[in-house]
Write a protein that binds this ligand. Structure first.
Ligand code: COA
Ligand code: MG
Length: 289
């Protein structure tokens, strides 16, 4: 699965910003046709996204296209214009049922078959951002084309009439449930946007907390957020060394026939070993040894 510590949105009708987006080393770039694009620019966005996917070199960054929600009336033209340019994946925002995921997946499969591309090679991520989506989350998350769930904090708050605050308690429960469902189905959990893009301390704090919750990455909307966010989802050298020492000690004790043991005054058994292995896996996914 492609690493998506940062998922950078770019308004799909803005070729200048799209070209610029390629230069920040973001794991994943998402060309947006939904809310980042004005209603009277949707057709322009479709053309610009299709051309950018075809013409530009994304390097190591994954290239995604976000279409408008199923039921908006724009979704069919959006997905049909993006697919022939072979994006790495499609982002479907504001999903509320498994049927909507199936609709998009069938469109994608038709394009894969028509072009001789491997079936299931174009991946899907879905935006979980309404109360209804939360009710259908288990069905939605079960779809085999999915790589990840994306939590839309602002949209969710708007959908239930919550007031967004810096502490984010108003979205805490659903944010955690998105992580829970993602992990239950082996998916990535991509955390909410920090809209306050000039406050880099805030994005750093929010990203660190998202990582603590089990999120694997975070949506970003401004180039300045890419670095701090990727850092928050990459274990530092100290954490890696600690995890490696723990795993090695565990293996040594297993050979001696001991399951639980003490290390630096802490009781170590299976759950802590699993957490240490998670750290090493995240380090590896981030390209650190
Ligand atoms: N992708 C690529 N480049 C971006 C960018 C993005 N998401 N956001 C800003 N930039 C570029 C700007 O174009 C500018 O470069 P330039 O001087 O060569 O034009 C530079 O980075 C600095 O930008 P800045 O002046 O600080 O911000 P801005 O006022 O140009 O843009 C936003 C602010 C919020 C409009 C912009 O960040 C944006 O469009 N974000 C994405 C919005 C979006 O897609 N929303 C939907 C998903 S939630
Ligand atoms: Mg949104």
């Amino acid at each position: 699965m492609h690493s998506r510590r940062s998922l950078l949105y770019v308004p799909g009708d803005d070729r200048h910003k799209i070209e610029k987006a390629l230069t920040f080393g973001a794991d994943c770039i998402c060309l947006d046709m939904e809310d980042g694009v004005a209603q009277n620019r949707k057709a322009e966005a479709r053309r610009t996204v299709a051309a950018a996917l075809r013409e530009l070199a994304f390097g190591a960054s994954e290239k995604l296209a976000r279409i408008n929600p199923v039921g908006s009336g724009w979704e069919k033209e959006d997905i049909e214009s993006a697919l022939p340019s072979r994006p790495d994946g499609i982002v479907l925002p504001k999903v509320e049922s498994l049927e909507q995921v199936q609709w998009a997946s069938e469109k994608i499969e038709a394009a894969e078959l028509a072009n001789g591309w491997p079936v299931n090679s174009i991946r899907m991520l879905v935006g979980i951002e309404t109360a209804k989506a939360m009710l259908a989350l288990k069905e939605i998350a079960s779809h085999p084309r999915l790589d990840g769930l994306i939590f839309g904090g602002e949209d969710y708050a708007a959908s239930v009439g919550a007031v967004r605050t810096a502490e984010a308690w108003e979205v805490f429960t659903v944010r955690s449930l998105v992580v829970m469902h993602a992990k239950a189905f082996g998916l990535q959990a991509i955390d909410m946007v920090t809209v306050d893009y000039r406050d880099l301390d805030r994005v750093r704090r929010e990203a660190a907390f998202g990582a603590q919750l089990g999120c694997t990455g975070k949506q970003v909307i401004h180039p300045a957020q890419v670095g701090p966010v990727q850092e928050a989802f990459t274990p530092d050298d100290e954490a890696i060394a600690k995890a490696r020492r723990l795993v090695e000690a565990f293996e040594a004790h297993q050979k001696e026939g001991r399951g639980a043991f003490g290390l630096d005054g802490q009781m170590i058994d299976m759950p802590l070993v699993k957490s240490a292995q998670n750290v090493l896996e995240r380090a590896k996914a981030a390209g650190k040894r």
